[in-house]
Design a protein around this ligand. Structure first.
Ligand code: ZN
Length: 170
């Protein structure tokens, strides 16, 4: 079993050259991820080192987790594997110059909310429209239900004013 990591790191007292953070978070402790995913019983494995670089601190490492998302075609669970290489500058406030790089921003008490930062990294790996790669893997009964509400041709014609004109001309 790996070690459970602290929710936050106090940078007020982080006077070291650097430190390694190797361990895990329970996915169930990540509320925004819980809202998106179906199965969050697993863990997120974290291997991170935070080192001094250019007068500041930089986090580098890898974050891995697996969880289920609802398929947007059939709503059945689809397995999502997140494997992220992290390289983030740790900054006290976000500025324009950070727009093109990954930054983790300290909170007002100079703490790095590491669990929330890792949660962000996981959320970024989720597609806008998660779905089974192959439509044949979808729950076929549910696909049928999702499409059954599309209006059929007769309904479309009935709501089309020109269809009425066409009838009058005959
Ligand atoms: Zn599906």
């Amino acid at each position: 079993m790996s070690e459970s990591l602290l929710e936050a790191i106090d940078f007020e007292r982080f006077e070291q050259q650097g430190a390694d953070f190797i361990g895990h978070y329970d996915l169930g402790q990540m509320p925004r991820l819980v809202a998106e995913a179906i199965d969050v019983s697993g863990q997120c494995d974290v291997e991170l080192s935070i080192d001094r670089e250019n007068g500041g601190y930089r986090a580098k490492g890898r974050v891995r987790a697996e969880f289920d998302l609802p398929c947007q075609r059939c709503l059945d669970p689809v397995r999502h594997v997140a494997d992220v290489v992290v390289e983030a500058d740790i900054v006290s406030e976000e500025r324009d110059e950070h727009r093109h790089s990954d930054v983790w921003v300290l909170d007002e008490k100079h703490r790095l909310q590491l669990r929330a930062c890792i949660e962000d990294e996981l959320l970024l790996t989720i597609d806008d429209v998660p779905k089974h790669a192959d439509e044949n893997d979808c729950n076929q009964d549910m696909i049928f239900r999702a499409t059954e509400y599309e209006p059929d041709e007769a309904e479309v014609e009935a709501s089309n004013p020109f269809a009425v004109l066409k009838d009058l001309k005959q």
